[in-house]
Design a protein around this ligand. Structure first.
Ligand code: 2HG
Ligand code: ZN
Length: 478
């Protein structure tokens, strides 16, 4: 895996010599746990896991790795769903578990500066303790790390109102594949001094540089909120309800899931039927509700949607405990189907194209894989739909992956036809890499290779993720 004659054991020595005191583990259980993310389609096979504890150690390590051609796979909370943190080829995994310091909270700038290994929920908590709010939120926030969130531009359930991780990052320190330590944007709000390299690293999935420090801007705490869960009979009705509610109210989230998704999460979490009527689709929406005026607006809007036949049944939260309970129906879905395992599709189209997309994709799925269970859920309010295809119990993983691959050829062609993306928020990683051309043009991909070469000329950073590993291609065809 390493270049020329550098062996796996040499790779570790190279890094240790460059960073005296570097924590290294080759224990089988650590190799197994830290050599993968939440995906199950590749077996972890890292040479070692290293745990740097400072930006300086990361820099020294990357320089040595670049000289010796040691491939490095950055790893955060390992909650990724595209294989971006999988080390299946003898790479050295760089874990940020020992870089968990909060470096600064600035009340005037309303920013927090942290090391990459800080868990997302800890950033949210820190904001609350300081009377502020960090709005990026998703089911895995209790274990995902902020460095990984930045590296994949994590989204989640409140993108509709607050945007993605990218929108929160005002400063980024990064060690590039050349071993340069860059201080991008320095926490500034305004900075028109040329190319904003910060944004190149966000969503680059560790292929251009290793993030060693992040400054995030916080916002005012949100108003009190209410959550509505609604039973809806069709996609068109779902979109009509979304349109009406977002006109009447300040929505922070508008999510959906199918009846199949509901059945899985109910079984896994032992949840009751949310209301009497069974419906093909469910929406869960959260809105700012400072007082009675909003409450009345919500009720009036709901009544109008019910009168028009768009809403079949529903329930509204009465207190914070009920808000949490209702969110469990949506946030527990991913975990409830993880054991199958599912073949994940994290698709997006513009909101206006959601109905056509869902209609055509359902027809396609019924046509090409009628025997597979397809479970839909996602952030319909921002056009991001999760289509999970579940592995039948009597099919082995390899066969299932091959079949899913054949399905992807058609489902991603349809996504491309509708101007969508094959990865909305989970990244390209390893698993979606063969399909990059369905989301980006040839010219874009060539430029991306050029950027990769510029930042990581030795090709040591997360090789084979996002872009095809051209080094390996050349070697294998040599
Ligand atoms: C979610 O929205 C996560 O629940 C996971 O992004 C999506 O399981 C998935 O496909
Ligand atoms: Zn999602």
């Amino acid at each position: 895996m390493t270049n020329n004659n550098t062996t796996f054991a040499d790779a570790v020595l190279v890094l240790q010599n460059a960073c005296p005191g570097l924590t290294v583990s080759t224990q089988p259980n650590v190799l197994e746990s830290h050599g993968r993310d939440a995906t199950r389609f590749r077996n972890p096979a890292p040479t070692a896991i290293v745990f740097p504890d400072s930006a300086q150690q990361v820099q020294a390590m990357v320089r040595a790795a670049a000289d010796a051609g040691v491939p490095l796979v950055p790893s955060g909370g390992r909650t990724g769903l595209s294989g971006g943190a999988v080390a299946a080829q003898g790479e050295v995994v760089v874990s940020f578990d020992r870089m968990r310091k909060v470096l600064d909270f600035n009340a005037v700038d309303r920013t927090v500066t942290v090391e990459p290994g800080v868990v997302t929920a800890a950033v949210q908590e820190l904001a609350i303790q300081n009377g502020l709010y960090y709005p990026v939120s998703f089911a895995a926030e209790g274990s995902s790390q902020i460095g990984g969130n930045v590296a994949t531009n994590a989204g989640g359930i409140r993108v509709l109102k607050y945007g993605l991780t990218r929108d929160r990052v005002t400063g980024l320190k990064v060690v590039t594949g050349r071993g340069d330590l860059l201080d991008c944007n320095r926490g500034l709000i305004k900075n028109a001094s040329g190319y904003d390299l910060r944004h190149l690293f966000i969503a680059s999935e560790g292929t251009l540089g290793l993030i060693v420090e992040i400054t995030l801007k916080l916002i005012n705490p949100p108003l009190p909120s209410r959550v509505l869960m609604l039973g809806i009979e069709s996609v068109d009705a779902l979109m009509n309800v979304f349109g009406s509610l977002r006109t009447a109210l300040e929505l922070t989230a508008f999510e959906f899931f199918s009846d199949r998704a509901l059945a899985h999460v109910r079984r896994a979490q032992n949840l009751p039927q949310p209301f009497e009527t069974s419906c093909p689709f469910y929406a869960i929406t959260e809105f700012d509700c400072a007082g009675e005026a909003e409450e009345q607006k919500a009720m009036a809007c709901l009544e109008a949607c019910t009168d028009r036949g768009w809403v079949q049944d529903g329930v509204i939260s009465q207190n914070d405990r009920q808000i949490e309970e209702l969110w469990r129906y949506r946030e527990g879905i991913s975990e409830s189907i993880s054991h199958f395992p599912p073949y994940k599709n994290d698709l997006s189209v513009t909101v206006s194209r959601v109905p056509e997309f869902l209609r055509r994709m359902n027809l396609l799925m019924n046509d090409i894989c009628p025997n597979f269970e397809v479970v839909w859920y996602g952030h319909i309010g921002d056009g991001n739909l999760h289509m999970n295809i579940l592995k039948p119990a009597d099919m082995n993983l390899r066969e299932f992956e091959a079949k899913s691959h054949e399905i992807s050829a058609q489902s991603y062609a349809l996504t491309e036809e509708l101007g969508g993306s094959i990865s909305a928020e989970h990244g390209i990683g390893l698993l979606k890499q063969p399909w990059l051309k369905r989301a980006r043009s040839e010219a874009e991909i060539q430029l991306m290779h050029g950027i990769k070469n510029l930042f990581d000329p030795a090709g040591i950073l997360n090789p084979g993720k996002v872009l095809q590993d051209t080094n390996r291609m050349e070697k294998s065809t040599a």
